[in-house]
Design a protein around this ligand. Structure first.
Ligand code: ZN
Ligand code: ZN
Length: 224
């Protein structure tokens, strides 16, 4: 088999433990060299998961607090370095859906270890869904149960007069809650995204979930 990142051949010979059935036979999708290019986050800001030398809140998180936000206590697995950027390029923008398999099992293993009642992924817009064909975040969640409670608000181009006002509103809150039978009242929610960049997206999503009665909202992403 060839590495999904660099296309070099990977030797997927079974180890003795795998042959004996004592270790799960998980085929590697990427080679050792590519795997080592991804930088695991080891010590991070307790607010946003950014790699740093201590767990103290970073300046951005202190600013979220000053704005009255309840911090997301974000967990991120990897730094957004060149290797991760190139992974996201291939996975999202070239739409290579099978690449989700590189991180999927590790990602859901960590999600399972976090306390939560409901898992809510960040949605993609209808347009992205049309062009990409999938939501990169739910791709990473394959194998666990999640609730798609959020949707990206769409602006109908035909209502041009309302466009500017709606566009201004959208800049503030890009999502709406879908009608759902699931009540968030008193629930601990775990929001999931592929990348945490500024935190804007996740904090907007959290605002909606809190307004729907969630008692606590935390978040996780593959990269930060
Ligand atoms: Zn490789
Ligand atoms: Zn932070």
């Amino acid at each position: 088999m060839n590495c999904q990142m660099c296309q070099n051949y990977i030797d997927n010979e079974l180890s003795l433990l795998q042959t004996l059935g004592l270790l799960k036979n998980q085929k590697k999708l990427i080679c050792q060299a590519c795997e080592s290019d991804f930088a695991v986050i080891t010590m991070s800001c307790s607010g946003c998961g950014r790699q740093q030398k201590s767990t103290q809140l970073c300046r951005d998180c202190r600013r979220w607090q000053q704005q009255g936000k309840i911090l997301l206590k974000h967990t991120a697995l990897y730094q957004y370095n060149d290797a991760m950027r190139s992974f996201m390029q291939q996975y999202k923008f070239n739409g290579d859906y099978k690449l989700r398999g590189i991180f999927n099992s590790k990602f859901i293993q960590i999600i399972k270890s976090l306390s939560k009642d409901v898992i809510v992924p960040i949605p993609v817009s209808e347009n992205t869904m049309k062009t990409r064909g999938f939501n990169q975040t739910t791709g990473l969640l394959e194998g666990i149960i999640y609730q798609e409670l959020l949707q990206v608000t769409t602006i109908k181009k035909s209502h041009q007069s309302q466009f500017n006002r709606k566009a201004r509103m959208l800049r503030q809150q890009p999502f709406t809650l879908k009608e759902s039978s699931i009540s968030l009242r008193g629930k601990h929610v775990l929001l999931v995204d592929d990348i945490y960049t500024t935190g804007n997206t996740l904090y907007h999503a959290a605002d909606l979930l809190y307004s729907a009665g969630a008692i606590n909202v935390k978040s996780i992403s593959l990269a930060r």
